[in-house]
Design a protein around this ligand. Structure first.
Ligand SMILES: C[S@@+](CC[C@H](N)C(=O)[O-])C[C@H]1O[C@@H](n2cnc3c(N)ncnc32)[C@H](O)[C@@H]1O
Length: 246
């Protein structure tokens, strides 16, 4: 297990009180919830996600004495969406990547690394049903996590609306997209949306995109890896916004 875990009622209480960036609190489903009511109230107040799980799940996440409750602490801080908008306010062009339910920490780490290489301004992930910032993400990003803000939002579709209001064009990626990704001009602020490894982009989110693009594939396999697709799109944005002068 590579996430930072704090185990036991006192340790979880301190983490919640201290304002640490907590990915999730796990509570053993068989314990009496009245015994941890104060902690659950605190978690709710801080809008931290609480998941009921069987004891063996918690046992597998820590060797410490856990008293039926643990918290997984973020390996890095998130940026608030409004703060992110402030950081790009003066820029002519800003680019972001939205990850709609990505699960694999290696993919997120790798995407952060490519964001850094291509000058993308942020990664946006949902609070629920998504990989969060763990030690594995930090390691795979090879340091990019220090430079690329990761913005965690409650609702991806509302975030897309806000980005559109700020002049972003939203490009969804899907194997059966309408347009070849190489055809886009990408000469303005762009939000690239990448779907989850298993399900792709959710239907509602896909409908919100200004364009849906496909990366052509000529072989037998039906889709590319999410971080590979993200890298191709990010480099296409880079290429179009930084043309080589021959
Ligand atoms: C492993 S794929 C998801 C496959 C999933 N079974 C599906 O039906 O969409 C993960 C993500 O990578 C991107 N992707 C993969 N192959 C793509 C392609 N050929 N064109 C555009 N995007 C692609 C999309 O964002 C997709 O949601």
């Amino acid at each position: 297990m590579t996430d930072s875990i704090v185990a036991g009622r006192n340790a979880v209480r301190e983490a919640l009180r201290s304002g640490s960036d907590i990915n999730k609190v796990y509570v053993q489903d068989s314990i009496n919830k009245n015994q941890v009511k104060e902690l659950l109230d605190l978690a709710r107040k801080r809008k931290v996600i609480v998941q009921n799980v069987p004891k063996n799940k918690i046992d597998s996440m820590t060797d410490e004495k856990h008293q039926g409750i643990i918290a997984s602490i973020s390996a890095h801080e998130y940026m608030d969406f409004d703060k992110f908008l402030q950081t790009v306010e003066g820029k002519d062009i800003a680019n972001v990547i939205i990850l709609d339910g990505l699960e694999d920490p290696h993919n997120l780490g790798s995407i952060l690394r490519t964001c850094d290489a291509t000058g993308f301004d942020a990664v946006i992930i949902p609070k629920r049903r998504s990989v969060q910032l763990t030690e594995t993400v930090a390691k795979t990003s090879t340091g990019a996590i220090e430079y690329i803000p990761v913005v965690r939002v409650t609702n991806i579709n509302q975030t897309i609306d806000k980005l559109k209001d700020r002049g972003f064009w939203v490009v969804g990626t899907d194997g059966s997209g309408d347009t070849d990704y190489r055809e886009l001009s990408l000469d303005m602020s762009t939000a690239v949306v990448i779907g989850s490894e298993g399900e792709g982009i959710s239907r509602k989110t896909l409908e919100k995109c200004d364009f849906t693009v496909k990366i052509p594939m000529t072989g037998q396999i039906t889709s590319l890896n999410a971080s590979v697709s993200a890298a191709l799109l990010m480099y296409e944005v880079y290429r179009k916004q930084n043309p080589v002068r021959l």
